[in-house]
Write a protein that binds this ligand. Structure first.
Ligand code: ADP
Length: 486
């Protein structure tokens, strides 16, 4: 049992794995650097095959007892887990901000409370799945949601705590045991999650954390022969690699991947609300998979709307994410900054012209200016590939058919946003855009009961409400002949 820790934002955090209820150290370590100010937050245990094997073994051992508790038995433990998250919300928010550069006020008020809700919502929802029957002429079909076994949960750095709980909640509520592989660029809040789970009474081995580099720790987990589910959120390229491992063992995999989502503004829209929402796409420095990064404006309002967006974007202050006035914090890492800057430079070389922004902000090394490219040819790389930075493109359209074609002109299909006051028109366009979620006159609203996921290169499967349990359960039908019992 190790007790290596670092203190970040005044919070003491273990730097080691969490396996079978114990902290386990590795000789290999990886450095964790804050994007906020470049400070070295600590060196963390970097796992590989040995740690992956130990964690899967611990999860397998803990599985029968956790599964046997049933949704009712798991509910009080998971509710305590959610309460534990809320009780430490300020600490979690502050650590997350230092670890990945996300806005502190957003973390305190929205992200961490939402993460807690991911746990108690699915614990409650599991109760609703019990006792479901389908009546047939000869038989009664008793539909049972059995736990599937050991689930591997792999998450990205842009919202690590939130996105991990979005998997942890339903996976545990369904009766699985889990091994989490947190992102190597922002692993700290997942380490705290393990402590909170333990304090809430989640039994040893039910929730395990193996830290490390994706190609080592992540690869060892997804290739482990004794896992039952793989849930992944990250890039499309990594999903293709993990998908090959899943295919070899026929392990069900769900994947939530990138996007290049259209944001359509019709001339009849509430243009002030639409402009505010366009500017909001710069939040978290655009490191949001759901961001509507391809702005499509009806031609007759183009100039007027550009001025409104210019006004709204002037409030997108670049700065320290701990400052309450900041709207755009840093990019996560030098490697990622170079990637974003590379997209922008190639776009300029391709002839795209930035209307504003277009380079590093004066605020600091990893800070990028909110950027808008106008009149962008839809075939350019900047119109086609996910940048994952504060970079928007702007196109105009003259007809609804044209905007639907433009909107669907990438390989992605994660989300879309549309502003119009005409219900019929809005619903017609929305139903033709390829996307898992289409927001009309709103953005980022996500009811946990509603389906969520991406089409095409944006992912496989849907989660939320019962869809989460379809993935994390082995669904069984016990089909009983009527009148056949003594
Ligand atoms: P991003 O571009 O958002 O960093 P990645 O797909 O690279 O997305 O990473 C998302 C998660 O996937 C991270 O936790 C990372 O460590 C993990 N990962 C990366 N490569 C692999 C791999 N080959 N096998 C398993 N997990 C991986």
């Amino acid at each position: 049992m190790s007790n290596n820790t670092v203190t970040v934002a005044g919070v003491e955090i273990s730097t080691d794995h969490f396996i079978g209820g114990k902290r386990v150290a590795s000789a290999n370590r990886f450095a964790n650097i804050s994007p906020v100010d470049g400070s070295h937050l600590g060196d963390l245990s970097a796992g590989g095959k040995i740690e992956a094997n130990a964690a899967v073994e611990a999860a397998r051992k803990a599985f029968p007892a956790w599964a046997a508790l049933g949704p009712k038995g798991r509910l009080p433990i998971l509710k305590k887990f959610a309460e534990g998250i809320l009780a430490r919300a300020n600490e979690l928010a502050a650590v997350e901000t230092m670890d990945n550069g996300s806005l502190l006020t957003g973390n305190v008020h929205r992200v961490i409370p939402r993460a807690a809700h991911n746990i108690d919502f699915f614990a409650e929802w599991a109760l609703t799945l019990e006792g479901h029957t389908i009546d047939s002429p000869e038989v009664v079909n008793h539909v049972k949601y059995d736990p599937s076994g050991v689930a591997i949960l792999i998450t990205p750095w842009n919202a690590p705590f939130m996105l991990t709980t979005w998997k942890v909640g339903p996976a545990l509520a369904a009766g699985n045991t889990i091994v989490i592989k947190p992102p190597e660029w922002a692993p700290l809040t997942c380490s705290l999650m393990a402590d909170i789970a333990k304090a809430a009474g989640v039994p040893d081995g039910v929730l395990n954390v193996v830290q490390g580099i994706g190609e080592d720790a992540g690869d060892a987990l997804v290739n482990h022969p004794d896992v039952d589910r793989i849930s992944f959120t990250g890039s499309t390229d990594t999903a293709k690699i993990i998908g090959q491992a899943a295919a070899r063992s026929i392990t069900p995999m769900s994947s939530e991947l990138g996007g290049k989502s259209p944001f359509i503004i019709c001339a009849d829209a509430d243009l002030d609300a639409a402009a505010q929402t366009v500017a909001a796409q710069y939040m978290n420095a655009g490191q949001v998979c759901l961001a509507g990064t391809r702005i499509m404006v009806e031609k007759k309002i183009e100039e007027q709307f550009l001025e409104k967006v210019r006004g709204a974007s002037s409030h997108m202050i670049v700065g320290d994410p701990r400052d309450k006035d900041t709207r755009v914090g840093p990019l996560i890492h030098k490697e990622h900054f170079d990637r974003v800057a590379g997209f922008v430079e190639r776009a300029k070389a391709d002839g795209a012209v930035p209307v504003w922004g277009g380079g590093r902000s004066n605020f600091g090394d990893l800070y990028f200016e909110p950027t808008l490219f106008a009149d962008v040819n839809p075939t350019l790389e900047i119109s086609q590939r996910e940048v994952f930075g504060p970079v928007l493109t702007w196109q105009s359209f003259s007809s609804d058919d044209e905007v639907v074609t433009l909107a669907n002109n990438t390989k992605y299909g994660l989300a879309g946003t549309l502003f119009s006051r005409n219900e019929k028109r809005a619903m017609d366009i929305a139903s033709q855009v390829a996307a898992g979620t289409l927001w009309v006159n709103c953005f980022f609203v996500r009811d946990l009961a509603a389906p969520f996921g991406g089409s095409r290169d944006s992912g496989i499967g849907r989660e939320g409400g019962s869809w989460s349990f379809d993935f994390y359960s082995d669904i069984k039908n016990i089909s009983v002949r009527k009148g056949s019992f003594a």
